[in-house]
Design a binder for this molecule. Sequence first.
Ligand SMILES: O=P(O)(O)O[C@H]1O[C@H](CO)[C@@H](O)[C@H]1O
Ligand SMILES: [Mn+2]
Ligand SMILES: [Mn+2]
Length: 397
Amino acid sequence: MPRAFLVVLDSVGCGGAPDAAAFGDAGANTLAHIAETCAAGRADEGREGPLSLPNMDALGLGRAIELASGVTAPGLGVAPTGRWGAATEVSPGKDTPSGHWELAGVPVPWDWTYFPDTHPAFPPEVREAVCTAAGTDGILGDCHASGTEIIERLGTEHVRTGWPICYTSADSVFQIAAHEETFGLERLLRLCQDLAPLLHGMRVGRVIARPFVGDEGSYRRTSNRRDFAIAPPSPTLCDWAQVAGRQVNAIGKIGDIFSMRGIDTVAKGTDAELMEALQARVTDADEGSLTFANFVEFDTNWGHRRDPTGYARQLEWFDAQLPRVMAGLQPGDLLLLTADHGNDPTYRGTEHTRERVPVLMHGVAPGAVGLCAFADVAATVADHLGLDPAGPGRSLL
Ligand SMILES: O=P(O)(O)O[C@H]1O[C@H](CO)[C@@H](O)[C@H]1O
Ligand SMILES: [Mn+2]
Ligand SMILES: [Mn+2]
């Protein structure tokens, strides 16, 4: 029985979203703008020259960028040997759960609650709930912020007062940063878990624990981040596979994004560790199984930090790992690479950008599938695995 490996490169968008302007993101194009930065010689730290992604380009990456946005990305665009297209999102959010649920066949049927970019940003009942659950007299932050900037600014006050640092972004998120040692990692995770029902009831998509360590001037976040997300509104590809008796393996934050619904195994860690986990699943995943991976460092380490050079390095690292993954696949296995939204590191601000995403397939008949829908990814994987068709998508096979 064939297996499927669905791999999301978090935030690796390719521009061209028809509703980008409505999100304030007109012209954003994560991949094309990184390629242009590289070609101009402005991304030469730890790498050099034009963006080099021969393996993904052979699957159709350059063509997908051009199809999505009309932009020719320098250094990309060879004649593809894979099956390729570009997908458009319809959910009303450019966040990770929206993107992943829709890729898994469930567009988001509601409007998320976003907190205003004011100080304070949170309503009194949320502040009070945090204080009660944490046993503190107040909270720090209470604003929109970049996660690395806010721990640099408020980390020392947090260590002194013990008050949790609460912040949000243009996403529907309530994030709490706290020091792993002075506040305690377990206490932070429990706090986020306790607050999740209140926030989810307000249609806030995720409560996220953002633990950090270190001393003044050198605070740094750890990989112990945990996302407590609202459960998807209806069964997703993961559930379709699981109820059909198939093994579903999550790699990275997939388990968190789907509230563990329809998931049998979980592997977590840095992207380098996740690549090893993907390699291990390629070797040992059951016949007929689904392995669903998310590689988050494109987004958290480089997109939100507006660092096109780091983003280019991460893309080149990922691309160089692909031959090893492909070599382990069995005949009939599908490898599908895609993304959940954009995060153009050359764009203003520090937020995600509304973009189309590449859809690159290996292991099935080559060819162009054209512009498609996020939900078509779920339909395609389901078709490949021989599952009953569900969701609004159509198979691209
Ligand atoms: O700036 P940091 O803390 O990385 O936060 C980013 O990560 C959040 C969740 O992925 C996004 O909403 C964005 O705010
Ligand atoms: Mn994401
Ligand atoms: Mn993000």
